[in-house]
Design a protein around this ligand. Structure first.
Ligand code: IPM
Ligand code: MG
Length: 365
């Protein structure tokens, strides 16, 4: 492991500042109480950075991010910046961090907390016990492929285009992350592609097959992405680990999120080869509820726990945070997005954060 104990906090836009504030308090409490030695710094990214500096990812932010071991990000974007040129939209800040730090491995666990079975849009029996890990390739594929753009043809008509591209080495490195994750879980890996239509995913499938020989204890299967979307809402418990490219992973992870009751519960980790990582909730900046103290901070708090686990190998501290989240759900506390019935006590963002702190302190006393 590393001696680097730097944590960079990027609040971002919309509900970002509200949810990150709660996660930061949680981190600070475990840091103090368990003497973890973490050091915190902040920087601007996304729309806030555009307003302050003109660009979504200021050089200073990228520099601080490079020097941090763990980055905790809220969310970026909002209607205020939607009309800007694609090259300087808030989302570019996020994509620039992902590519600038080569955070190619995006882990999105979709776990149903038993307390939230009723909050899922699917029947409790279909989702109870759900525990899927989506491994999404994050720095390649159609998100980054060249050429890309919007051009005007000779006849005056405009043409938009992107390129879906993966090299063997890109496929291999994300494949290894997925096989290794499967080895630590139930040893089943489903690779999702569109190999009936797209050559790039024919190659993807071939490489996954090749890798499978190195991981004989893992059972590899393949599924077309359209079927995978259907199976996720039909019988999601058939999956253990799923591995897929950038865009399919984006889409499937939102679908998987809903199975767990709310996208407000889903954390994520984006890692590079050295274990440096960026941690963010899977949901976006939710401008419609920004500043109203309504958003669910649990995905961000759980992302902070993932940071302790994956970038700092502080597993006890991570377990503690995850248990504290379980405690507040046991108490029946719910932000509006995970409310299921009259019996639930609906709380605000800050009340939910405070409840997690209470639960942490109770466990630490
Ligand atoms: C996500 C988001 C981002 C993505 C957007 C905000 C660029 O949807 O992290 O899933 O598409 O990767
Ligand atoms: Mg997404």
């Amino acid at each position: 492991m590393t001696d680097n104990k730097q944590v960079l906090i990027l609040e971002g836009d919309g509900i970002g500042p509200e949810i990150v504030a709660e996660a930061r308090k949680v981190l600070e409490v475990v840091n103090d109480r368990l003497n973890l030695g973490l050091q915190f710094d902040e920087a601007l990214v996304g729309g806030g950075a555009i307003d302050a500096t003109g660009v979504p990812l200021p050089a200073e932010t990228l520099e601080k991010a490079r020097n941090a071991r763990g980055i905790l990000l809220g969310a970026v974007g909002g209607p205020k910046w939607d009309k800007l040129d694609m090259a300087i939209r808030p989302e570019k800040g996020l994509l620039g961090l992902r590519s600038g730090l080569e955070l190619f491995a995006n882990l999105r666990p979709a776990i149903l907390y038993p307390q939230l079975a009723e909050a899922s849009s699917l029947k409790p029996e279909v989702v109870s016990g759900l525990d899927i890990l989506i491994v999404r390739e994050l720095t390649g594929g159609i998100y980054f492929g060249q050429p890309r753009g919007i051009e005007t043809l000779d006849n005056g008509e405009r043409k938009g285009f992107n390129t879906y591209v993966y090299t063997e080495s890109e496929i291999r490195r994300i494949g290894r992350v997925a096989f290794e994750a499967a080895q630590k879980r139930n040893k089943r890996l489903c690779s999702v592609d569109k190999a009936n239509v797209l050559e790039v995913t024919v190659l993807w499938r071939e490489i996954m097959e090749e890798l499978a020989k190195e991981y004989p204890d893992v059972e590899l299967s393949h599924m077309y992405v359209d079927n995978a979307a259907m199976q996720l809402v039909r019988a999601p418990k058939q999956f253990d680990v799923m591995v897929t490219g950038n865009m399919f992973g984006d889409i499937l992870s939102d679908a998987a999120a809903m199975l767990t009751g709310s996208i407000g519960m889903l954390p994520s980790a984006s890692l590079n080869e050295s274990g440096q990582g960026m941690y963010e909730p899977c949901h976006g900046s939710a401008p419609d509820i920004a500043g109203q103290n309504k958003a669910n901070p649990l995905a961000t708090i759980l992302s902070a726990a993932m940071m302790l686990r994956y970038s700092f190998a502080m597993n006890d501290a991570a377990d503690l945070i995850e248990s504290a989240v379980g405690d507040v759900l046991d108490r029946g506390l719910r932000t509006a997005d995970i409310r299921t019935g009259e019996a639930d006590q609906v709380v605000s963002t800050s009340e939910m954060g405070a409840a997690v702190l209470d639960a942490l302190n109770a466990r630490l006393n």
